[in-house]
Write a protein that binds this ligand. Sequence first.
Ligand code: PMP
Length: 449
Amino acid sequence: QLPPCRHQPQAYDGPSRDEVLALRHQYVNPGVLTYYREPLMVVEGNMQYLWDETGKRYLDAFAGIVTVSVGHCHPHVAQAVKAQAGRLQHTTTIYLHPTIAEFAAKLASKMPANPDGLPLDRTYFTNSGSEANEIAVLMSREFTGNQDVVALRNGYHGGTTTAMGMTAHGTWKFPSNPQSGITHSVPGYCYRCPLGLQYPSCDVKCAHDIKNVIEYQTPGQIACFIGEPIQGVGGAVVPPPEFFSIVYDIVRQHGGLCIADEVQGGFGRTGKHYWSHQNWGVRPDIITMAKGIGNGAPLAAVTSTGPVASTMTNRIHFNTFGGNPVSMAAGLATMEVIDAEGIQENAAAIGDLLIGGLTELKDKHALIGDVRGLGLMLGVELVKDRKTKEPASDAAAELMERAKQRGLILGKGGLHGNTMRIKPPMCITKDDAQFLLATIDQCLSEIAN
Ligand code: PMP
């Protein structure tokens, strides 16, 4: 049973689900991804819960797509958005407006320094994570005068031209968008070690592989390396703790800047640290962020040091919606909530509880091959056989369906779609976590029988 909830959803009197489906089939680009055999229609949200058109409630353990950081329609964020939308909904960055300056200053207050002690305190606002990554690469190429970019296999960086090139999952690539100037090194994915080795006797060879990639596949000097400190779409892949420091050192020896893609892992999601790269003790040159930044507002950003940011002054660059006052108000209010409501501490505590519970479920269910993650960025990889590790993609799809029927929304990822992704709004409670564990337990028992 879902834990009780005080929020009463409004009666839904909009178009029926069948009408919406028919309109969608006719008018929305059919390439747009939907989850579930019968796509779920959601009409209302409150904190960690969503409601469908029939009034059925769900625990949203995927937070949209890892986006609703502090809760659907969190009152402080909703109020800030309403107030700003009622006062000035749009202006571009060609005019001065207080929200953009205030939000950029607030972000700077959470930023680490680069290895030379220069603060990462200059932000460029965009509308999506893909766009933020495009700008980060552009700045790196301008700054270093080099062209080549190295990313990691199994990484996801977006769907625009360069971002799609950096993404390393065949599923997310289009044949008509060949990558140019982008190569990939192997990730620290111990459960499926790309080099067939075992940690720690492997000496983290996966991290050292980037030296070969740079020396064999580029002219030897690169513009940048981009990596997710924990791979999100790839299935909450947590690298060995020293992976990123080895990679960053090699990248810098070859003239490159280090970009931390914090689109999923930022804003306290991994619990202990505000930024997920801080779990690995490294200092990036550029941080890109989106998703959780505005609790669901269309907003993303790239933050770098002054010298790196100043590359953007070489040419005129502009984006119409970047720095939109309503998005800025959402971002500022979201950061205020993270600070005021112990959100990070909650992510750490509930994350530990979930990891513990999921690890117990692994002892019970042979379908679970691996449980991993940090804070509320968790993955449960399903396999048909623990020895061969053959991905159990069908079981993952079935688990999603059965969990939905019981009121639990999960995400999935990984190359074969066999990793359940558990990344709820960070206001989730202990009772929600118990419900989540019990539901996964029941569903896996049914699937195994
Ligand atoms: N980077 C990462 C790590 C992501 O997970 C995503 C989105 N899944 C992106 C970039 C792209 O963000 P957007 O969808 O906002 O373009």
